[in-house]
Design a protein around this ligand. Structure first.
Ligand code: FMN
Length: 172
């Protein structure tokens, strides 16, 4: 796991190649095996590969997320806010699990923040994505996970980034 965490980097440039159905399935299985507070499993996911929708999705942030229209696969991570008060944590864990499973499958990924962000269309990112995809009000939109075969290979993290000063033993 540590090796994977060292080599995983956010990827914003993808090959023009679809993600195979089996890999998509694995990403969505992984997301739904993520732990949730009290096992409430409040998340749902919208899988997007349609080019026109991806183009529109690029406007979900201000400034525009230019790489989204060029992304082969976007998984929009939603959570039912009526089910649990841990929906932010639950949807965040599912999002990172998607990223780690993507890494394991030889795919690159990038988290696009939607919660608390603004679109370039004069509304919140959440409202914009909700309208675009027909998502009901009680479903919060936390993130969009962009996934595909990476073109750019960025340098791995190193253990030099690990800061001992952040660790407190027994007391702060
Ligand atoms: C909560 C969260 C929100 C992020 N939002 C965005 C985003 O909106 N757009 C983007 O391009 N990258 C986004 N990222 C990716 C970060 O910029 C990236 O993880 C960070 O710079 C560290 O780089 P690395 O992922 O290559 O290790 C986000 C990452 C996290 C965890």
């Amino acid at each position: 796991m540590l090796d994977m965490l060292l080599t995983r980097r956010s990827c914003r440039k993808f090959e023009n190649k679809a993600v195979e159905a089996e890999k998509k399935e694995k990403l969505l299985q992984a997301a739904q095996l993520a732990p949730t507070g009290k096992g409430t499993r409040p998340w749902e996911f919208v899988v997007i590969e349609n080019k026109e929708t991806l183009q529109e999705l690029g406007n979900c942030r201000n400034p525009k997320q230019l790489f989204l229209p060029e992304t082969p696969l976007a998984i929009v991570v939603l959570a039912d806010t009526q089910k649990t008060d841990t929906w932010i944590e639950d949807a965040s864990i599912a999002s990172i699990v998607i990223q780690l499973e993507a890494e394991k499958l030889g795919l690159g990924s990038c988290w696009v923040q939607i919660r608390l962000r603004e679109s370039n269309q004069g509304m919140s990112s959440q409202e914009y994505v909700r309208k675009l995809l027909g998502i009901p009000e009680h479903m919060a939109v936390l993130s969009i996970m962009a996934v595909g075969y990476p073109i750019e290979i960025r340098p791995a993290h190193t253990l030099d980034e690990v800061d001992k000063a952040k660790i407190h033993i027994e007391t702060y």
